[in-house]
Design a binder for this molecule. Structure first.
Ligand code: TRP
Length: 443
């Protein structure tokens, strides 16, 4: 078996892990949740849960990954010392594969919307319209294209594929999002959007529905509980201070969600100022796919043709967000196939991308019955339950000395820090209790 890959620089890891975390969940899921859960009230609850619940679980994965230097199946098997760990690793691996199967379909749509605006700019109206009309042929073609993009990066390995592309793409992402926010802020109606986004409705802040949605959003956004962050953690050098790396990733991810809200929510109000309907019959802001594929395109249409660069920039931003996330999903089963089944990286990537593509195609052809079901099963059930189980693993089964040793690697002064004193206790009692409570309330 070839030597394991490793991130070559500290910033390379941060951008790759932030690239995994920052995805459609931030640019689309978060503003959607804000729009349908009382604006700034959701933002506030999200901030609290992300730091108090998601960040500690992120550290479980990074620490377990680096300690055992292997994929989640082997890591959890070694941690528990029995088959339960293996099973949990495999369930995580299957869950992340299913997440990729629907993510790639959405990724394909984003690519079609980006090309749509290129076609418009070139005057190819028929092609432009075909690209954005819902249809099996289109969905199949662009899901395949999205898998090709993802696999092309993953097959080159950790430093030459994942790290290299994240380091190239993420700075571009940060630049585009800032430019778009500045641009939207200058348009009529943006002010009302900023106000709606930043004024919380405190009356709903303890609504269980809102809290559950915020927890689900935080787990999804930080790519938690299914092995993604564990695998990335296993590629971190023992010389690095992993506690601060984790903080960087969490802060970047959370900030970009908040920042994306500054783009999307004002953009909705600009759309309204231009005559686009932004409330549904029930009187709440249009969210989910209606927001991305109807409200925003209607907004873009009201801009003059010289501004075609704006939607192209927006969908390019989304493509970057999606691809730097999908590569992290594919890496989980790929690392398993390489290490446990002795495949070369190239073969493993092709085989696994091909298999998950098949699942995507099954979903495409049974869209009405499967698409929503797969999303619910993976993100509302599997992810929080796995989060619960792995915090129990780390809190109760992982030897305290091992944990403390691992935190100290690359961080000699760790023992005097707050994280060192609180986290092992916190992950033992607080995290499992919080997750279990919320999960139970959601039933
Ligand atoms: N976090 C990414 C987003 O916000 C998606 C993602 C990548 C993910 N890897 C994951 C979600 C693993 C759940 C599990 O879009």
């Amino acid at each position: 078996m070839a030597a394991r890959g490793q991130f070559s620089t500290r910033i390379g890891f941060i951008l790759a892990a932030a690239g995994s975390a920052i995805g459609l969940g931030n640019v689309w899921g978060f503003p959607t949740n804000v729009a349908s859960n009382g604006g700034a009230a959701f933002v506030l609850v999200y901030l609290i849960l992300a730091f108090l619940l998601a960040y500690p679980v992120l550290m479980v994965e990074l620490l377990v990954g680096r300690h055992y230097q292997s994929n989640p199946v082997n890591a959890y098997r070694k941690l528990t010392g029995n088959i339960i760990g293996t099973i949990v690793g495999i369930i995580g691996l299957l869950t992340v594969s299913m997440i990729l199967s629907f993510y790639a379909i959405v990724g394909g749509w984003i690519v079609t919307w980006c090309l749509h605006y290129f076609a418009m700019a070139l005057g190819m109206t028929d092609a432009a319209n075909w690209l954005v009309a819902f249809g099996n042929t289109r969905n199949v073609i662009f899901t395949i294209i999205f898998f090709v993009l993802t696999a092309a990066i993953v097959r080159n390995g950790v430093s030459e594929g994942i790290e290299k592309w994240s380091t190239r793409l993420m700075p571009l992402f940060f630049l585009i999002i800032v430019l778009l926010i500045i641009y939207v802020a200058t348009l009529d109606g943006a002010g009302a959007g900023f106000r709606a986004y930043l004024t919380p409705d405190f009356s709903i802040i303890t609504d269980p529905e809102l809290i559950i949605n915020a927890m689900g959003q935080a787990f999804f956004s930080l790519s938690l509980a299914v092995g993604t962050m564990l695998v990335y953690g296993s590629y971190i050098s023992k010389k690095e201070n992993i506690v601060s790396l984790g903080i960087w990733v969490a802060v970047l991810d959370i900030s970009i969600a908040i920042v994306a809200g500054l783009l999307i929510i004002p953009a909705m109000y600009v759309a309204q100022a231009n005559g686009v309907q932004i409330y549904n019959e029930a009187g709440s802001l249009i969210s989910s796919d209606g927001l991305l594929f109807s409200v925003l395109p209607s907004l873009f249409e009201t801009m003059t043709s010289t501004a075609i660069i704006v939607p192209i920039a927006f969908f390019t931003l989304m493509i970057i967000a999606a691809v730097t996330s999908s590569i992290s999903m594919l890496e989980v089963p790929v690392s398993f196939a390489i290490e446990n089944h002795n495949l070369t990286r190239n073969k493993a990537t092709m085989l696994i991308a091909g298999s998950i593509l098949l699942i995507s195609l099954i979903i495409v052809f049974n869209f009405g019955s499967l698409f929503g079901l797969v999303i619910t099963a993976t993100t509302e059930w599997s992810q929080p339950l796995l989060g619960l189980v792995i915090s129990i693993f780390a809190g109760w089964l992982w030897h305290r000395n091992n944990i403390l040793e691992e935190i100290k690697q690359g961080n000699p002064d760790a023992a005097s820090g707050l994280f060192f004193k609180i986290w092992p206790w916190y992950i033992k009692f607080v995290c499992p209790a919080l997750i279990a409570l919320m999960f139970w309330r959601s039933l």
